[in-house]
Design a protein around this ligand. Structure first.
Ligand code: RAM
Length: 357
């Protein structure tokens, strides 16, 4: 559910906040989660149970070299430390699902109490995650979800629909409501980017975007060099391109670097999701007007609390269950086991220096 004290999602169009928290329906089956590890089975949670001490909780991001993921996992490990557990970050150096499967199998052998994963592919990691749950390991996804029946809780950074639609609103406003646009995404199978892109495409069907044409979805694989080259290729292939949406911190910073030293600087608009620290110089030099993000550290911190609460049997992943997430306060589990951190912030020249992450 949304928390009223989170930073306001400042829509560039000045539109009112219309975020919708998930309601109704039931959560995914987590019956397999019963096991000798003491993980809660759906419906058997005890909200009064204490958080167990010494919980081993592993964070498995899309890739470990991405500054965004590093911040997220720092927040997660800090949360586990606060709860007197042992948190750690492990993961591949490329955003691939097959590498993640090897890590999941190792974490199962290590008898971790919980695995917190940002899935590089919703289905490819599902069998290994189901295996983990069948052995009593709590499974939480964060940032990028896995198949709903392969995890108990998904900690989402913000409302997926609003993230997607707002990116289109931002780019359309920046290009004056008319012209060719492209999307520079992460990997082709990333659950989070693909969900946002689906909502972007739907938003583009509205009459107010009749003159905005999406000409290409490119994939930089959350690899800095590849993203840079893809940005360059977009401009070469589409000389009339007016705007790029990069809904990935890796993609937007690489594209900004390319644009800032090209003749397109300030002419081809770039927006999307980026960290203020990676994007500051490009806002100051006029390459980028506005972009958005949530607080990555808080995302990991919330996932850490959710995982510890799950592994302690305080929650089971069922809609309506509540738990305390330390300094972030109380959260409620929504439909399909989803928890939403809160609305993101839009950054621009006026506020970017207020943020340091
Ligand atoms: C990149 C990753 C991550 C996404 C952010 C916005 O760092 O793709 O999954 O949430 O961008």
């Amino acid at each position: 559910m949304f928390r009223s004290n989170r930073l306001l999602w400042t829509l560039s169009a000045g539109l009112a906040l219309t975020l919708v928290a998930g309601c109704g329906g039931t959560t995914k089956g987590s019956d397999e989660a019963a096991g000798d590890g003491g993980t809660a089975t759906q419906g058997t949670a005890n909200p009064d149970a204490p958080i167990k001490e010494g919980l081993k909780i592993a964070f498995l991001p899309k890739e470990i070299d991405n500054p965004y993921e590093v911040m997220v996992d720092k927040g997660g490990v800090d949360a586990v430390s606060e709860l007197k557990g042992e948190g750690k970050e492990v993961g591949p150096s490329d955003a691939s699902a097959s590498s993640q499967v090897s890590y999941i199998n190792t974490l199962i052998q290590q008898r971790q109490d919980a695995i917190v994963i940002a899935a590089n592919d919703p289905n490819a990691v599902a069998p290994a995650l189901k295996d983990a749950m069948s052995k009593g390991i709590a499974v939480v996804t964060y940032d990028s979800d896995a198949a709903v029946d392969a995890r108990q809780i998904f900690v989402n950074q913000a409302d997926s629909e609003e993230i997607g639609r707002s990116q289109v609103r931002m780019v359309s406003e920046q290009i004056g409501g008319s012209g060719e646009i492209a999307i520079l995404s992460a990997t082709p199978n990333a659950t989070n980017q693909n969900t946002w892109i689906k909502f972007m495409e739907d938003e583009l069907k509205k009459p107010e975007y009749a003159n905005v044409k999406l000409v290409k979805i490119a994939y930089g694989d959350d690899d800095d060099q590849k993203s840079f080259q893809e940005a360059q290729a977009l401009l070469q292939t589409y000389p009339n391109l007016k705007g790029i949406i990069a809904p990935t911190t890796v993609g937007i910073s690489a594209a900004a670097r390319y644009l800032s030293s090209s003749p397109y600087k300030g002419k081809v608009k770039l927006t999307g999701l980026g960290t203020p620290n990676q994007m500051r110089e490009f806002v100051k030099d006029g390459t980028v007007t506005a972009f958005a993000l949530w607080n990555p550290t808080e995302l990991g911190y919330l996932a850490g609390y959710a995982a510890a609460s799950l592994a302690s049997g305080k929650i089971s992943g069922k809609e309506g269950e509540k738990f305390e997430a330390g300094k972030l306060g109380e959260y409620t589990i929504g439909k399909d086991g989803e928890i939403i951190l809160g609305p993101p912030t839009e950054f621009n020249a006026d506020n970017i220096d207020d943020f340091d992450f």
